[in-house]
Design a protein around this ligand. Structure first.
Ligand SMILES: [Zn+2]
Length: 306
């Protein structure tokens, strides 16, 4: 039986709001904030897009997800569903334009599981670069990547490094919130499972908060989310098969313990951290300035002061 679409309705209700001026916004943004504008790029009209660029301080967030198995009990699109919920919650406090649904992430390690869409490495790279180029061509010079998918943990920092390879007129910022030991200890006290890496208690909790109708906890124990430790004897190397060696079911944790309460707590905490980052990025003048200096020097390295 399907459960209610609680959060989805909430999220839809928030797509049109009157934004309250925020104290630390520049003056022109505070003026523009009296207008009601959708957050989602695809919901803006062309004339309103111009206002949204101004109101956002020239920022856009790309929430990145992927299509992959999430244990036997969660939907294939879990990461995108969760990350968009976080970004929507953050944008309600600090306006930024949210890029449409983006599924083009690194997920080769789940190719053996039904429903996975594992685009090639060149395609996911070009797609993201081209997307950033197009966002910039539309006057947005600060792009914030927010990934809901752990399989991007090598890809996205490398993508950011590669922005230095050739001149860009925009900056890419990857959301990487600092550890919050007090919050983590509080959640650890609430949790029942010891290990959580993929589709376990945490991710199940998040889906229970956002789309409870899509969480099927009654089948969460039909597959094992245990670490098989099949490469445990190899200590000093990295190999791409490491994840499959540990978790061939593409499941790491115990989804049966998920709770909506933990999900709400974690999503809200991430949203609060993202609000801070959106504000930092809006206020930032250093990154673009340093990039320009760097590209100028890179074009003529013999003239760089020694
Ligand atoms: Zn996930």
């Amino acid at each position: 039986m399907k459960r209610s679409y609680g959060f989805l309705l909430t999220a839809m209700a928030f797509t049109l709001v009157t934004l309250v001026p925020v104290g630390d916004l520049p003056a022109q943004q505070a003026t523009a904030s009296s207008a009601a504008l959708p957050f989602k790029w695809e919901e803006l009209t062309a004339p309103n897009f111009i206002k949204a660029v101004e109101l956002s301080g020239g920022t856009c967030i790309i929430p990145l997800g992927v299509i992959e198995k999430h244990g036997p009990h969660l939907p294939l699109g879990t990461d995108l569903i969760d990350v968009r919920a976080v970004v929507l919650r953050a944008a309600q406090t600090e306006y930024s334009i949210i890029f449409p649904e983006y599924y083009f992430s690194q997920i080769f390690e789940a190719k053996h599981q039904p429903g996975t869409i594992a685009y090639g490495e060149r395609l996911i790279w070009d797609m993201l670069q081209n997307t950033c180029d197009e966002i910039s061509r539309n006057g947005i010079k600060k792009i914030i990547l927010v990934s809901g998918h752990g399989g991007n943990n090598s890809f996205l920092p490398f993508f950011c490094q590669a922005q230095l390879a050739s001149r860009k007129d925009y900056a890419v910022y990857l959301f990487q919130p600092p550890n919050d030991p007090a919050f983590e200890a509080e959640v650890a006290r609430m949790r029942k499972s010891k290990m959580e890496q993929h589709a376990g208690e945490g991710e199940t909790s998040a889906i229970l908060a956002v789309r409870p109708d899509l969480a099927h906890q009654e089948v969460a124990t039909t597959q094992s989310g245990e670490d098989l430790k099949r490469l445990e004897s190899m200590k000093g190397v990295y190999t791409g098969i490491w994840w499959y060696a540990s978790f061939p079911n593409h499941y790491a944790g115990e989804g049966r313990y998920g709770s909506r309460e933990i999900g709400e707590k974690e999503l809200n905490h991430q949203a609060e951290q993202l609000v801070k980052v959106i504000r930092e990025v809006k206020a930032d003048k250093t990154v673009l300035e340093l990039q320009k200096q760097f590209y100028d020097e890179s074009a003529q390295p013999l003239k760089t002061r020694q």
